[in-house]
Design a binder for this molecule. Sequence first.
Ligand code: TAP
Length: 478
Amino acid sequence: MTVVATSFFQDSHFIAALYIVAFTLFIIGLRGLAGPRTAPMGNRLAAVGMFIAFIATLLIEHVIKSGSDVALMAGGIIVGTAIGIPAARGVRMTAMPQMVALFNGVGGGAVALIAWVEYRRRFPEGGELWSAKSEIPSLFAAIVGSISFWGSNIAFGKLQEILPGRPIQLPGQRYVNGVLGLIAISSAVVLASGVHSEALFVVGILLTAAVLGNMVVLPIGGADMPVVISLLNAFTGVSAAMTGIALNNTALIVAGTLVGASGSFLTNMMAVAMNRSVPAIVAGGFGGGGAAPAEGAEDRGPVRSTTADDVAIQLTYASRVVVVPGYGMAVAQAQHTVRELMDELQKRGVDVEFAIHPVAGRMPGHMNVLLAEADVPYEKLKEMDEINPEFPQTDVSLVIGANDVTNPDARENESSPIYGMPILDVDKSSQVIVLKRSMNTGFAGIENPLFYNENTALLFGDAKASVQEIVSEVKELG
Ligand code: TAP
């Protein structure tokens, strides 16, 4: 009876059926990630899918051969869980991009190490297990996985401010990168032709790709880092799919392809939102962190500061208000207070909407997530293309901790590092009120001429405290 049960569960058709269930859950889960309301369920479904795929893989006959295999796997799972769960639970929302960079890097590193282990397994003596069909994808996975691991670590360092956010470029770096790429590819060709040399694998592939990963990401400015992380994420997916081909494992092929494809789409969408081309980003150069103030900033004259009671009066007497949230709202955790302000204004007949820039904050969908958490109705959130034509009919734009995404230089000043990035046209509304703590720049490290416009007033202070004060003043107005 035990024999029948074992053979049933280890039957390749049964395992294939489990994989199909897992992939279906991955795809439904990915679909769920399209909106903040469905995302938690999407995430859970994908996690259940991954658990099923994991069990199905353990059922494959040759995967567990001895008790020591089980102990090794259990050890890995325990260490991974002990590090992963507290890290994911404890991370602040604003630190999510670096967390993603780190976890993505680990995936790339794992793929590169698997390729190395496989290489050793195939050449025990005389290389009788060697086959070009599995070796070529494995070599590809080793190169791309190693680039992804090291590149992701640099991206993490930049976003965590362990490394400077500005581009770090050595003289002739592009040529050096070209030579490194050539060495890695030539080593792969030599190894794929049947030459057995573990030293060539380690030095020519793993180490060369490691240096290349560092060199490619170091010259990229902090402001482009989200696009780079997404690109490296796509790389990890593709290298995992290649490992799947090498190991003949359907789960890795499908999961890797899903990550590669969705990562590529996300990379492209973010690049379009910032009006950047992916090759231009990888070629490096766009600033971020510590860029000099725009020329002529000192001639702009003083800014006009305002008070919470003035702002309350302006908002209460407006018929249409557009709230423009940015990174500062996330830092201040002001979303619940902002929701309260929206409720108070709506009670007084003011039409309130939210303008969402695709790269506001520090991760894709950052503002949507925060506002959904504060139960701001989804219909109130307007994408940039939808809201921009409405700014000229807006009485007051209330900019809460947003800076770069409202910078008119992106539209008008060809010498600006963010020239060409689509922005929210808040300067076209009748009045603009900006909530921030100081005259500090935003992520791109550049001056914002919006603050000096005649129709702009600044309310200095922490965004949450400022909005709380405005709410109290609005209530007092009755
Ligand atoms: P930023 O341009 O970074 O501006 C944020 C502003 O918030 C700053 O001017 C800061 O001024 C203010 N601020 C910070 N803490 C505050 C607080 N507690 N209370 C009030 N104000 C506070 O933000 P943004 O307009 O959202 O633009 C996002 C930028 O990040 C873009 O350059 C984008 O490319 C980049 N980026 C985006 C992502 C994604 S995918 N969303 C990821 C990484 C980087 P004070 O210091 O004077 O208060």
